[in-house]
Design a binder for this molecule. Structure first.
Ligand code: HEM
Length: 126
């Protein structure tokens, strides 16, 4: 297996992750029923987000935290949901890649998820 080194690698990873996440019995509904995401618009944002982080190309323009607050208002984004998100992310990564950047992808997601979990809990007042 190879490391994550190109935009194509990121597209493959993100596509495989979303194949699983939208079908997931614990967190799929956030994407399909609450945010009702249009994958053709959402996926390129995710490719750009991870390309910025992993390849150092500043192609992502946006605020990765902001979009989660309105979702959290409709249905609480709790630690168990972040844990499932991270589990699927790590599993998908390890099924397809290995190496330094691959481990960075897991570590960065863990950091962001922890921060996001705190921000969502604070916004709910607990
Ligand atoms: C249970 C956990 C999570 C759920 C259910 C979730 C769900 C979503 C949904 C539904 C959207 C689309 C929002 C919209 O366009 O209206 C979104 C966007 C996004 N999410 Fe998450 N997310 C989770 C965790 C994370 C984590 C841990 C990260 C980062 C490592 C992340 C990064 C992003 C980014 C970058 C966007 C695009 C923001 C933009 O529009 O620029 N999400 N998420």
């Amino acid at each position: 297996m190879k490391d994550i080194t190109t935009r194509e690698d990121i597209e493959i990873l993100v596509n495989k992750f979303y194949d699983k996440v939208i079908k997931d019995d614990l967190i799929g509904f956030f994407f399909t029923d609450i945010a009702k995401i249009d994958l053709s618009k959402h996926l390129p944002k995710m490719y750009n987000f991870w390309e910025s982080i992993l390849l150092g190309n500043p192609v992502y323009e946006g605020n990765p935290m902001r979009v989660h607050f309105p979702i959290n208002e409709v249905s609480a984004l709790e630690e168990r949901h972040f844990n499932r998100w991270l589990q699927i992310w790590e599993e998908t990564i390890h099924e397809n890649f290995e190496g330094e950047n691959t481990e960075t992808a897991i570590a960065r997601a863990l950091n962001i998820a922890r921060i996001m979990n705190h921000k969502m809990a604070n916004a709910r007042g607990n």
